[in-house]
Design a protein around this ligand. Structure first.
Ligand SMILES: Nc1ncnc2c1ncn2[C@@H]1O[C@H](COP(=O)(O)OP(=O)(O)O)[C@@H](O)[C@H]1O
Ligand SMILES: [Mg+2]
Length: 377
């Protein structure tokens, strides 16, 4: 599976653009702010029905334009498949595959697996637990449809339960029966999600450690630990034990919505003790392990997006990484760089099939970015 073609209308800083890609390596070069990452984000939309960066779809419409349109043509075992994503201001997003609109976007997730490596990944280390839960969820959701459905249901039940806790506090009347109805469902969905997260982490760790070793030369040992209120105790018991606290706080204080991942380096906190270089290697290893994991389960090679890779690694490491990702184990790649030839020089000497796109934004914001491609085989 690979993306043959993408056309954009009014997407971020692209009034109109059409790009035809190589099935192997695609380099997007250009100065800062020209629109390289925006192309990656459009590709991300085709896979996940949403932006990697901005959850508010309407903000991805070109300023002042009434709508955006992203259309992709994928090659799936020599069959062409069209994916359409359109958004008019103040209307709901329309998402279609082969001209047929989805009833629910969740049905699309996982059909065109994709992994993004971005400077924004550092959030996984620096930010709160939500970003790490999102990471786990986005990996599992790509190969397990039911997981995503359970997660959506869990979150719905959770917000009902929280609303009820608030209502109980406001009215002073404790409605035990109503709470039990939400608790039963919360426990049911919560347990399923917890089991899948634990199983996933267990099989993910060795793959992740292998990649960290490959990238770093393997002097230190990295680890990931899955922390959850459900690790030690039955969810129903945990929930019963915290009822008083939940009532006082007026929201649900325990459950899988509080799960977290603890990242370690030689058993110490990665955030506190690892060097910048070690943290960056850790993040890339996480993403490449994600890639491997999805590939082995789905038997489809995901598309790999590498944004501003030189931001993360020095020249030598980039060279090693490029050798790794252009090997047969990987499929279609999209890589951005501000330097016009640094990446293509690497691929040229390695005799890898690649295309280079030079991205130049107009001097005025609404001017079309000019795209020139040079094909080298
Ligand atoms: N909705 C939008 N409408 C117009 N321009 C946008 C929109 N969203 C982002 N941009 C512009 O896109 C540019 C950033 O593009 P980006 O792809 O991140 O650049 P880079 O080439 O550095 O990766 C910025 O100039 C930004 O103002
Ligand atoms: Mg960028």
């Amino acid at each position: 599976m690979y993306l043959k073609k993408i056309s954009l209308i009014n997407f971020k800083n692209y009034p109109e653009a059409e790009l035809e890609f190589s099935s192997h390596v695609n380099c997007l070069t250009g100065n800062n702010g020209e629109g390289k990452t925006n192309v990656l984000d459009a590709i991300h939309y085709l896979s996940f029905c949403k932006s990697f960066f901005n959850p508010i779809d309407s903000q991805n419409i070109l300023h002042e334009a009434p709508f955006f349109l992203i259309q992709g043509v994928f090659d799936n075992n020599n069959e062409e498949e069209e994916v359409y994503c359109g958004l008019k201001r103040n209307q709901r997003k329309i998402f279609k595959r082969n001209k047929k609109e989805y009833a629910r976007l969740a049905e699309h997730i996982g059909l065109y697996p994709l992994v993004m490596v971005s400077p924004a990944d550092s959030e996984l280390i620096t930010e709160g637990s939500e970003s790490r839960r999102k990471f786990i969820d986005s990996v599992i959701a790509q190969f397990d449809r039911e997981y995503l459905e359970n997660l959506i249901s869990y979150n719905k039940v959770l917000s009902h339960r929280n609303a009820l806790l608030k209502q109980i506090a406001d009215s002073g009347r404790f409605d035990k029966d109503a709470l039990e109805i939400w608790d039963m469902q919360l426990v049911d969905y919560g347990k399923r999600i917890h089991t899948k997260r634990s199983d996933f982490i267990k099989s993910f760790i060795p793959i992740f450690q292998k990649y960290y070793e490959l990238i770093s030369g393997g002097r230190e040992k990295v680890g990931i630990e899955y922390n959850s209120h459900l690790n030690e105790n039955e969810f129903s018991i945990v929930l019963a034990n915290t009822l008083n606290r939940d009532r006082a706080m007026q929201y649900t204080t325990v459950g899988i919505h509080k799960d977290d991942l603890e990242f370690t380096i030689d058993t110490h906190s990665l955030k506190k003790y690892a060097s910048q270089g070690q943290q960056k290697s850790f993040l890339i290893a996480l993403k490449l392990a994600q890639f491997d994991f999805i590939k082995s389960i789905k038997k489809v090679t995901p598309i790999l997006l590498l944004d501003d890779i030189y931001d993360k690694l020095d020249d030598l490491r980039v060279k090693q990484l490029m050798e790794l990702v252009s090997s047969d184990n990987f499929g279609q790649l999209f890589i951005t760089d501000t330097h016009p030839t640094r990446l293509s020089d690497l691929f040229k000497s390695a005799e890898v099939d690649y295309k280079v796109f030079k991205i130049v934004n107009g001097t005025t914001r609404l001017e079309s970015p000019k795209l020139e491609s040079t094909k080298v085989s």
